[in-house]
Design a protein around this ligand. Structure first.
Ligand code: PEP
Length: 256
């Protein structure tokens, strides 16, 4: 039986989409749709430049605010273009995504950089959502478990098991992100169980309370069967978070 801390978390990752006016409409519709909803936690992760606006639009609601990335540098300094974790808490963020596959593959973020970002987030009071997942080639080569375990282990080595008491992990098979392909519930559950098992081997209580999200073409039509799996505690939602109807359908599937 999942702990209360594992109340389903549905996180919208807008990526680099949305103008201000359409973001406002989207947030208004989502906020209206989730008002009074029970049994689900809702998190929105807009682009950096919209964080302050979204914070204002969701004020007074139960919706949480998160960022899509942060600098591994803590404090302030001469790091042109970077955003520090403290700046994110400053504008109302409580979560931040780290190690998204697009950051790893397009911007070359390494496991150790991801671990540094994870720690930088926590040092500023943010809950990191650590993304892990295998490519199609790795899955086809039978390397899924090794790849995912390696990505989790890199952060465990750097931050220690206690750090996972205040963290979320998102399993996102790279081949399922933005492709319309979704892992079957059984495929996802297998990896989620591996992740929770790694944590449980070090601390059973932390493992029992850890939210492990699934991400990869989640939509209203497939959310229910994924969220029904024992070790899937919510979704990290990209494309479908840009449609209030789809996102709300996922939230409804999570709360039922
Ligand atoms: C994501 O951005 O993390 C993601 C899972 O995207 P999508 O839902 O579009 O596959």
């Amino acid at each position: 039986m999942a702990s209360d801390q594992r109340t389903p978390l549905i996180a919208g990752n807008w990526k680099m989409h949305g103008a201000l006016a359409e973001s406002r409409e989207l947030v208004a519709s989502i906020a209206a749709g989730v008002a009074g909803a029970t049994g689900v936690r809702v998190l929105l992760c807009p682009p950096y430049v919209y964080l302050t606006s979204v914070a204002e639009w969701i004020a007074g609601s139960e919706i949480a605010l998160g960022a899509q990335d942060l600098s591994e540098q803590t404090g302030t300094g001469a790091y042109t273009g970077e955003i520090a974790g403290g700046m994110l808490t400053d504008v109302g963020c409580s979560y931040v995504i780290v190690g998204h596959s697009e950051r790893r593959s397009i911007y070359g973020e390494t496991d150790s950089q991801v671990a540094a970002k994870f720690q930088a987030a926590q040092s500023q009071g943010l809950t990191p959502i650590l993304c892990v997942g295998e490519t199609l080639e790795q899955r086809e080569a039978g390397q899924t478990q090794d790849v995912v375990a390696g990505q989790v282990q890199a952060v465990l080595d750097a931050a220690g098991i206690e750090a996972f008491a205040q963290a979320v992990i998102a399993y996102e098979p790279v081949w399922a992100i933005g492709t319309g392909l979704t892992a079957t519930p059984a495929q996802a559950q297998e990896v989620h169980a591996l992740i929770r098992g790694m944590i449980a081997a070090l601390d059973g209580t932390i493992a029992a309370d850890l939210s492990v999200l699934y991400g990869g073409s989640v939509k209203g039509a497939n959310a229910g069967e994924l969220l029904a799996m024992d070790d899937i505690d919510g979704g990290l939602v990209g494309g479908a978070s840009l449609s209030a109807d789809e996102f709300l359908a996922i939230c409804r599937a999570a709360s039922s």
